[in-house]
Design a protein around this ligand. Sequence first.
Ligand code: C2O
Ligand code: CU
Length: 482
Amino acid sequence: MFTRHWRLWVAGAATAALVLPLAWLWKASLLPDTFDLASMGYAEWGDGPVGALGAASGHHAHGIPVAELTGPDRPADVRETLTVRDEGDRITVNGTTPGPTLRVTQGDLVEVTLVNDDVEDGTTLHWHGVDVPNAADGVAGVTQDAVMPGEEYVYRFVAEDAGTFWYHSHQVSHEQVQRGLLGALVVTPEGGPAEEPDVDEVAVLHRYGAEGTLNGDAGVSVLDAAPADQVRLRVVNTDNGMASLWLPGTVFRVLAVDGTEVHEPSDLADVAVPVPAGGRVDLGLTVPAGGARVDFSGGPSLAIGGADAGATRSTRPDETLDLLTYGEPKPPPFDVDNPDRRFEYTIGKRPGFLDGRPGIWWTVNGGLYPDIPMYMVTEGDVAVFTISNESDDTHPMHLHGHHGLVLSRDGEPATGSPWWTDSLEVGVGEAYEVAVLADNPGIWMDHCHNLTHAAEGLVAHLMYDGIASSFHVGGHHHNEPE
Ligand code: C2O
Ligand code: CU
């Protein structure tokens, strides 16, 4: 009798010992219905001085509101209206996907009116790779409220840097981007490029369902060009996974990466060029007598200047271009050797609860979203991030509003052209050191651009001391950035 009760008691206690902590973990993981992003997680000052506001309040409630961090007031140089529409499987922009390519000149004040025709969840436009003022960054719940059906929103920013960029939704982005709410943005240099190409074309890569496409077309596309023409091809990877491309039998160069010109790029042949999710690569080539061909991973190809469009696809070369050593070095524009702050961004994976859902989730520095660092900087700081991938999948990491300079990979210093990136593939087991100059105040996402991973919690933020939130995630605006 006594023994049986005792056994039951032990069993009960053991179950409770197991279940109660789990229940507590489950409960602790539940996200409130609406919350201020700036108060999430914990402030990480990266071995630098703790800001006055951060030290005082812990939760940065006071300061300049994000909504006030706008661009100059002057009249726009370029005005566009982009209307988004739900077309069943796809979401179109002005009737197509990819949406129209916007072409502007460096220095232009760009004013884009986003009109949401009928996208039920609401929408936004984020200018991927453009260092816009924070209020124009297009992140629902962080820099604006989602634009609901029938509503409009005006983005204003100066296109300060020339290069290849793109725009996409940052409301329920893992669905809306995949369904095609995206397009390219090309900023041509003020006063024209050093060498004007004869042909300047974008190649937007996107998978609709299982089908890989180039500017919306599967299979082989044709680009008109004459032999000896100089071609600049601006490749944009809008997918969740790494893309690559190669040019069978043609010599070419990589002119730019993520919108920044490569310094003294050398000729390449028989090498595959990687393009991380969200990333861009501009190729330069002189069209040979018989034309040239570009083959892309995922299926599409481009026949340039009379190349045989019916020819069979070539196989991917074994060698892959390494940007750590490509091009020629030149001194960085700020001191990267004595950073004001050092941040760890270590990605892992472990079982736990994410907003009450059990699963195996991504972690940042060991914690599950939202128990992750808020990287804190003061304007003018140089911050060096060490991004380490200790998980079992690759992560294309994207910081909004800034460009990072790659310093090293796995301890090996970068020796090529300065490698400026906003979309950096961090492979399994890799660790990159990236220097960032804090010159654009605001609250900025720093997340994985495999947008499925982002929706699974692989999202942190960079926040400037003295800045306050203007918006909330969730709530009656239904803001859901990922
Ligand atoms: Cu291309 Cu946070 O996004
Ligand atoms: Cu990822």
